[in-house]
Design a protein around this ligand. Sequence first.
Ligand SMILES: Nc1nc2c(ncn2[C@@H]2O[C@H](COP(=O)(O)OP(=O)(O)OP(=O)(O)O)[C@@H](O)[C@H]2O)c(=O)[nH]1
Ligand SMILES: [Mg+2]
Length: 381
Amino acid sequence: MMTPMRYVVLVLGLIISLHFILSFSHEDYGKATSISHLTDKIINNGPNPPYKTPVSDEYYHPSNDTVAHGRRANAAIVVLARNGDINGVMFSMKQMEDRFNRKFRYPYVFLNEEPFSDQFKEQITALTDAKVEFGLIPHDDWYQPPWIDEARASAARAEMVKNSVIYGGSVPYRNMCRFNSGFFYRHELLKPYKYYWRMEPDVRFFCDLDYDPFLVMQDGNKVYGFTVSLYEYEATIPTLWDTVKEFIHENPGLVSPDNAMAFLSDNGGDSYNRCHFWSNFEIGDLDLWRGEAYSKFFDFLDQKGGFYYERWGDAPVHSIGAALFARKEQIHFFNDIGYRHEPFQHCPQGEAHKRGRCWCDPGQNFDYEGYSCLNRYDRMF
Ligand SMILES: Nc1nc2c(ncn2[C@@H]2O[C@H](COP(=O)(O)OP(=O)(O)OP(=O)(O)O)[C@@H](O)[C@H]2O)c(=O)[nH]1
Ligand SMILES: [Mg+2]
């Protein structure tokens, strides 16, 4: 007869033997259960995504350097704006220059569906020593295509206005979302570039950025960078996910292995959890959008008409594209970039706050607030 104590010892012995066999035979199991991984989880209170390792010192230029010499990326800062956005654009750009670009001198590309006024051009050019170009958006890349059923589109807008959906009644807003989703990276002025940083009017940059984020993207083979992620309004995208699933079903070969589906869906792709990267800030690789997978994806979405029959935003469209067509390691959280677009902000914490001489209150940080999706990003690693 075995005593209960002997049973316990026997079962423990079996578990320990199985653990050792699995540790040696399955590398992933070994890594996941290693002491260092487990202590990391306890100390850092969760998973360990790549951004928790600070950017290496070799990327930093001393903060008193006036010009960053050395390697440069093929990159531009991109701004979509109207003439009437001039004050907000200057507000953002002055900070972009002071916190970062005064030293790095990356060129700016401004885009508009109407010609920029002389006043706009003069005031903007005066803010920087970098090259500034002003481009006109081709008519068909901006305006609602003729094959959209206007009766259906206007009925959808009226319904959204009735339901108080933000920008629900606006056609220009929809043109903007469609242009940012599928056309900006094809503009003539952006053709020479590989990387871009999207900047909007009226945003804040809180910290000095003494390293070149484009080189961090390039060297790490990253394709999409963000600072804030959150949930999309369901009312703006009722059929978007079904359309995405249809596309995946028809094009399984275009989806990346090791993608970031877990950021978008909590059930393996069955439904969309509405998480997206907030696209008013993006540092990205234009070739992600120009590639076969995203090009086909955008055309597929576009011909469904959801940019006009609903109000599909460029944020969910880009986020779904990046998450499906890149590997999850290629999506980068720019932890060092303190950033605010009303009403949310990312404020770096601890050492990163100190190093960037950030002027945001570390207590005001969206990262792990209830409406943020950063925990879903973290859990992928
Ligand atoms: N040229 C042009 N640019 C536009 C138009 N509408 C919006 N934009 C730009 O597109 C970007 C996004 O527009 P926003 O109005 O900031 O949209 P949003 O960020 O969703 O909403 P806000 O909370 O109002 O900032 C900004 O860079 C705007 O300047 C437009 O009709 N024409
Ligand atoms: Mg905005």
